[in-house]
Design a protein around this ligand. Sequence first.
Ligand code: PHE
Length: 408
Amino acid sequence: MYSKTSLIFGNAYPRDKLTNVTPSILSKITRQLYLQQYHPISILRNRIESHFNKFHYFNSFNPIVTTIQNFDELGFPANHPGRSTTDSYYINKSIMLRTHTSAHQCQALQTGAEKFLISADVYRRDEIDTCHYPVFHQMEGVQIFSINKAIEEIAYDMQISTSQQHCHINTDDNTVISITNPIQSCHPIEIANAITSHLKYSLNELVKMLFIDEKNLQVRWVDAYFPFTSPSWEMEIFYQGKWLEVCGCGVITQDILNNAGQSDKIGWAFGLGLERIAMVLFNIPDIRLFWSKDPRFINQFTSNEIIKFKPFSKYPSCIKDLSFWMNNDKEHEFHITNFCEIVRDIAEDLVEDVKLVDDFMHPKTKKRSLCFRINYRSMDRTCTNEEINGIQDKIRKSVAEKLDVTLR
Ligand code: PHE
């Protein structure tokens, strides 16, 4: 059924059993929303770049990377769940679509840059709803210091900027030494603590700039784990009644710096998700809107201002259920992202969300039955019933064929 190679932007890549990229995913590569003038994602990138105004900006790394860049160089263990084909898009076993901007950390460090931002589109197989889309945008921030000058430079940097402070921030910045989130044994504690303070301070300053209208911004640091930083945190801010995850961050694993020829340096890194921040700052209710070519969306953004999006009326939705029996021996192979991928590949952006609404085991046959509810809605027109029925039919056929299930 498939040819032995995939042709992607003029390059032929051998296919193998890991290949799971689809034409609909590959078609997103050329959009480069983060570089489109006055696109909300690009406006946000610009804001963040101007904030880190002494940094170097990398904005044109290729989204097609090796698994070495995306995982191995960053110290991901061989069995890390992020490597799974249910989570990541593979072109073949050694080439994939980057799942995060950290995939370029090592190459950026090798250029000798000591403070930089990397902006890019990243790709992850995901479930479908108004906040998840298989392509989104991240900004990686990195700053490294000479080990023997770090404490002085950091003290100087933080003193200069705190003197210009204007808005208040509440942050639970009680750096504690923890067994589960340790300082690296090769790092002197005072220096690692200085790097941590500078990281938290830099991110606090960033969110104060972005959420300038919040009088009393609350920030919290949740211990986290990443293979390429230690200690690591997730930064969250309390916004409109909810804790909003802003980014993952931490002190860069020393091996990464050593391998990049920067063994006399120590530093921090963060990875910021742009969509989530843009959705709250611009009041954009559905992540698919970022991809919309509808003039009622695009024409609202005509400068680098952050403005509130004015929703236009939604087109009617159409709900269809799809149920099937799973063949007993294939049950363990089933993953909801495999189902969503089929839906997305056929229906593209016509699907607003997919929910599992029923999951039961037949008491006698011990067969498991699943029912998914697909909510179809176009962002820019009313769909006809025939069109949706046609798509639903195609999805049913493809599900039966690719997932080895029996439709009900
Ligand atoms: N790459 C991580 C992610 O996508 C975020 C991160 C970046 C964490 C840099 C630590 C340092 O989840």
